[in-house]
Unconditional design. Structure first.
Length: 366
């Protein structure tokens, strides 16, 4: 029921945004009627692609090329929103020029509209180009361990993140020859029936001391109990408020379920239970999907916390909104209690296939 409500709100919001853009922007452009009709047609097609995105996101009936356009249309809709905000600010400025010569006011408005259209086009083009790049390997030096860790997060397997994408990521990770691999949530983002083969590509990961996986918030939207049962048939070790001690490396790996569990009233995080089985003589690595989980630490002080969730903001300036909810956006940070947290920008993406001021990454901690 919640997922259907989300779809309805999603469609209503995007319809309202497209209508506002037509009535507040296109109708008032000081361009030729032909250009205005072309922009109106583009706006209608973009909204239609928005609707198809909802259909394609949770089925496999739309081919990859069309689905790419549908996904990109969501990014274009975000740009329409930004355009609308800036346009209304400029409109206030334009109204303040009432005492200025009519032709000069007309010139200022045409120049402002032309600039915004050009910037918006560049914004979408650069964002799509940046997202098309291979994930980078970010090498992080962390002196407290004498073994290597690869962290990946936020695959969001489904749609454009398909079996080929996962296979290439696995090859890149295996080339690093890590001691352990940690997958910090949002691995699965559609019904398992469509992506089982893609997820099973992760069984080809070669880590000397195991691959450890925790749930992210998106797993809660796609039958998490079914995902848990499936994960147990893979070579990954799923940590559900559990701990694993690796004596060969003298380290504890602790994994907690996501904060979304509180809202869903299932699979709630339990840090006390998670730390019960650790060897207190060894340092501890905590896997927690959201950086915000540091508020749950209490007296626990793991040497390193590995998180994701933020996508590094994914598309500027949305990182500023993320920072209103999460304490860190990306990178390595030291906490007041002496712990360290690394926030991975994500290897995949959510929503539009766009990135600005954020790069898909594989973290290699040495």
């Amino acid at each position: 029921m919640r997922i259907y409500l989300f779809f309805v709100l999603f469609i209503l919001f995007f319809f309202a945004l497209h209508y506002l853009f037509y009535s507040r922007v296109i109708k008032k452009l000081l361009f030729s009627e032909k250009i205005k009709k072309t922009l109106t047609l583009f706006l209608g097609i973009n909204f239609l692609l928005n609707l198809l995105y909802v259909l394609g996101r949770y089925t496999d009936i739309i081919g990859n090329t069309l689905y790419y356009l549908c996904s990109l249309s969501v990014g274009i809709t975000f740009v329409l929103f930004l355009y609308l905000v800036v346009h209304e600010i400029l409109n206030i400025f334009h109204k303040a020029l009432k005492g200025v010569d009519h032709e000069k006011r007309r010139f200022f408005k045409q120049s402002g509209d032309s600039m915004l259209l050009a910037l918006s086009t560049a914004y979408v083009g650069i964002g799509a180009y940046e997202d098309s790049k291979e994930p980078v390997v970010n090498v992080v030096k962390f002196g407290k361990f004498d073994f290597s860790i690869v962290q990946i997060s936020d695959f969001h397997i489904g749609g454009l993140i398909d079996q080929t994408f996962v296979r290439h990521a696995v090859e890149k990770i295996n080339a690093l020859k890590p001691d352990i691999v940690c997958i910090t949530g949002d691995l699965i983002d559609t019904s398992l029936e469509y992506i089982e083969a893609a997820v099973r590509e992760l069984d080809e990961l070669k880590a000397k001391h195991g691959v450890y996986y925790i749930l992210g918030n998106h797993e809660y939207f796609h039958d998490p109990l079914k995902i848990i049962d499936f994960a147990k048939t893979t070579k990954m070790t799923l940590l559900l408020n559990d701990a694993v001690t690796i004596d060969a490396l003298k380290v504890n790996i602790v994994g907690v379920t996501d904060l979304m569990g509180y809202r869903m009233q299932m699979l709630m995080p339990d840090i006390d239970r998670a730390f019960e089985g650790i060897n207190s003589a060894y340092p501890t690595i905590l896997l927690a999907h959201q950086p915000k989980f540091i508020e749950e630490l209490g007296s626990y002080r793991p040497e390193l916390i590995l998180s994701g969730h933020t996508h590094g903001g994914q598309i500027w300036p949305f990182g500023y909104l993320v920072k209103l909810q999460q304490p860190f956006l990306k990178g390595l940070h030291r906490l007041p209690n002496g712990s360290n947290i690394y926030v991975n920008s994500g290897i995949g993406f959510w929503g539009p296939p766009m990135r600005l001021d954020s790069q898909a990454e594989i973290t290699y901690i040495v």
